[in-house]
Design a protein around this ligand. Structure first.
Ligand code: SF4
Length: 361
C-alpha cells in the first residue's frame, strides 16, 4: 500500500509500522477470506463470490490458524470474503485474533453492519466499506438495488459506534470519474480513511474493466491533489508506481527514503492471502498457490519454488532493470499472470506515462 497522506502530509498512522518495516521471516499481514458467500454479486469481485451455497471452513480451522499466525508474529489480520459478515461466527474469529494481540480489520460491503457489527466492535480496529460511486453506479456494480443505501447506513453505524471507519474504492473504467465524489463523501461523513484500489484481474474482474494507463495517471494525480492537507488517511493499493509518481512530483528526499523503506510490492513476503478453501496465495490477486492453512508456518519455513522465487524476484521479473525497482519491486504479479507470464511486466505500470507527462511540461 502507498500511504499518500504520509508521503504528502507526513501524517502517521498505526499501519506505518508494517508499511515501512524491514523484511522478516513471516508475513506481518494476512488476509483471511473466511467465506465465499455473499448477499451481493459485484461485477469486480476478486473471489467470484455470491449466493449462500458455499461450505465454509470450520471455525476451528480458522482459530488454529490464528494461533499459528500469532506465534509467527503476524500483526494484522484482514477479514474479507465473500462477505465476512455472512459468517455467524465472525465475532469469535475476531475476538481470538484480538485477544492474541493481532489488529483485526474488516473489509465489507457494509450492508450487514447494522445488524452484525455490535457484538464484535471491541475486537475490530478498522472497518473498510466498499463504495463504487454515487448510488446508481454503486448499485449497478453490486448487482442489487438498495445496496448503496444499506452500505451508507452501515458506514454511519460503524462510525457512530466509535470504530475507525473508511471507504474502499476500486478504480475501473466505469467509475474513475467519481474520485472527487468519494473524497467529498469521506469528508461529509467524517470518516478516517479512504483507500483507492487498482484492479487485479482475477475472479469476476477482467482486464476489460480496467482503465488505460493514461487515465490511471490522471486519476492518481487527482488523488494526490485532493489529498493535500487532508484531515483523513489516504491510501492507494496494488500499484506501487503511485509512490514513484509522488516522488517525481515532490522530488523529496524524505519521500524517496520512505518508499525505499516500503520496498514496493511485498506479496508473499510482508502480506499473504488465505482463500475460503484454505489455500495460501501471495495475495488476493496472484493465484499461484504457496501453501495450505493446515501448514501456515511451514509455508514460509519450507517455501515452495514460487515463493522462493518471489523472495528474490529481482532475478526473475522482466522489468528489474528499471531505476525505480527498489521502490516498486515490479508491481502486482497477479496482473502479469493474467496476461500469461507471472514474471512479465505489470500492465498497470504507468511509469512511461509519468515520464511522458514530465517531458511535456
Ligand atoms: S517498470 Fe517495473 S519496477 Fe519500474 S515502475 Fe514499472 S512495474 Fe515498477
Amino acid at each position: 500500500m502507498i500511504s499518500v497522506s504520509r508521503l504528502l502530509n507526513g501524517r502517521q498512522e498505526g499501519g506505518d509500522s508494517v508499511r515501512f518495516s524491514p523484511d522478516s521471516s513471516y508475513p506481518k499481514v494476512l488476509v483471511f477470506n473466511v467465506t465465499r458467500n455473499c448477499n451481493l454479486r459485484c461485477e469486480h469481485c476478486y473471489s467470484s463470490s455470491g449466493g449462500h451455497h458455499f461450505q465454509d471452513l470450520s471455525l476451528d480451522t480458522w482459530m488454529r490458524s490464528i494461533k499459528e499466525a500469532s506465534d509467527m508474529g503476524v500483526k494484522h489480520i484482514l477479514l474479507s470474503g465473500g462477505e465476512p459478515l455472512a459468517r455467524p461466527d465472525l465475532p469469535s474469529i475476531a475476538k481470538e485474533a484480538h485477544d492474541r494481540g493481532i489488529s483485526v480489520e474488516l473489509s465489507t460491503n457494509g450492508t450487514m453492519l447494522r445488524n452484525k457489527l455490535e457484538p464484535m466492535r471491541r475486537y475490530v480496529s478498522y472497518v473498510g466499506i466498499s463504495i463504487d460511486g454515487p448510488e446508481p453506479i454503486h448499485d449497478d456494480f453490486r448487482g442489487v438495488s438498495g445496496a448503496y443505501k444499506k452500505a451508507l447506513e452501515g458506514i454511519r453505524f460503524s462510525r457512530d459506534l466509535g470504530v475507525k471507519t473508511g471507504i474502499r474504492f476500486t478504480i475501473t473504467s466505469r467509475n474513475y470519474q467519481y474520485v472527487p465524489y468519494i473524497f467529498d463523501l469521506v469528508r461529509e461523513e467524517g470518516l478516517q480513511r479512504v483507500c483507492f484500489y487498482h484492479l487485479g484481474y482475477v475472479g469476476r474482474a477482467s482486464r476489460g474493466l480496467d482503465v488505460k494507463n493514461e487515465i490511471r495517471y490522471k486519476v492518481i494525480r487527482q488523488v494526490v491533489e485532493l489529498s493535500k492537507g487532508s484531515e483523513f488517511e489516504v491510501l492507494t493499493a496494488d500499484n506501487p508506481v503511485d509512490g514513484i509518481l509522488i516522488y517525481r512530483l515532490t522530488k523529496s528526499d524524505k519521500v524517496r527514503e520512505l518508499l525505499l523503506m516500503n520496498g514496493g510490492n511485498k506479496s508473499g513476503e510482508r502480506i499473504a492471502d488465505v482463500s475460503p478453501e484454505g489455500e495460501i496465495y501471495p495475495d488476493q490477486f496472484t493465484k499461484v498457490k504457496i501453501g495450505d492453512i493446515g501448514n501456515l508456518r511451514a509455508t514460509w519455513d519450507s517455501p515452495n519454488e514460487f515463493l522462493t522465487k518471489l523472495k528474490s524476484r529481482r532475478n526473475y521479473i522482466k522489468c528489474s532493470s528499471c531505476p525505480f525497482f527498489d521502490m516498486c519491486n515490479g508491481g502486482l504479479r497477479g496482473r502479469a499472470l493474467a496476461l500469461g507470464d507471472v514474471w512479465g511486466k505489470d500492465p498497470s505500470c504507468y511509469l512511461d506515462q509519468i515520464v511522458r507527462e514530465e517531458r511535456s511540461v
